[in-house]
Design a protein around this ligand. Structure first.
Ligand SMILES: *Cc1c(COP(=O)(O)O)cnc(C)c1O
Length: 232
């Protein structure tokens, strides 16, 4: 590809889909087993529309007010909205009312609020526990050895469906290094999963490391810049 010719969003989207398909094939994953979440934070409504018109229906947003404004402007009930930012207690009601998924659950307190505030007419809010898989002091998420406690506090709350684990590891230079935290998240999932709580979702991998994540079992990759270009 000639980097001097700017690609359109539909072209970039197709390129990301091709990367996912290639990674599924290369690592022996079932074709179609990895979902693409388009991370549209700091991108405008026209960009989201362009991706939507190219068939992308699941979008991830980090900032609540920005997300609510875009949802209202788009007014498209086919879209699926994933809250992937940091949760604040005073924002849980709007998250519970306006999103389909939450990826960054880190406390039982937030889980209880989201469960209580989820409108009864809506299906349960799908949630992933965010794990600080490499134990970095600056990172959000619960440490791996606290995950079982958080899981126990969240798994039976009505209004929530605990579907899996999420991580956001520090950038690593090569694919082998990128795979380490993703493998650790998968192994943690395997230890925590039970017949009553199978935790099928591994939300991991972004623009620069999605192949490594697919290699280690990602079922959902969260991709922003590779689809939309630099953020505004
Ligand atoms: C911004 C963001 C992404 C997307 O990152 P890119 O490098 O732009 O693909 C994925 N996950 C989370 C939690 C993010 O905040």
């Amino acid at each position: 590809m000639n980097p001097d010719i700017p690609l359109s969003i539909p072209d970039r989207l197709e390129a990301v889909r091709a990367r996912i398909r290639a990674a599924e094939a290369r690592f022996g994953r079932t074709p179609g087993s990895v979902r693409l979440l388009a991370v549209s934070k700091k991108q405008d409504v026209a960009a989201i529309r362009s991706a939507r018109d190219a068939g992308q229906l699941a979008f991830g947003e980090n900032y609540l007010q920005e997300a609510l404004a875009k949802q209202a402007a788009l007014g498209d009930p086919r879209l699926e909205w994933h809250f992937i930012g940091q949760i604040q207690s005073n924002k849980t009601r709007q998250i519970a009312e306006h999103f389909d998924w939450v990826h960054g659950l880190t406390t039982a307190h937030h889980a209880e609020r989201l469960a209580r505030q989820r409108p009864p007419g809506l299906p349960p809010l799908k949630v992933c526990l965010e794990i600080n898989i490499s134990g970095e002091a600056t990172k959000g998420g619960v440490l791996p050895d606290q995950a079982a406690t958080l899981l126990a506090a969240c798994r039976r709350l009505p209004g929530l469906e605990l579907v899996g684990l999420m991580c956001l590891p520090a950038p690593a230079l090569d694919e082998a290094a990128q795979r380490h935290p993703f493998r650790a998240l998968r192994e943690l999932r395997d230890r925590l999963a039970s017949p009553g709580c199978p935790l099928p979702v591994l939300s991991m991998g972004m623009s620069d490391d999605l192949e490594a994540a697919v290699a280690e079992g990602a079922t959902l990759v969260r991709v922003g810049t590779a689809i939309f270009g630099p953020r505004h």
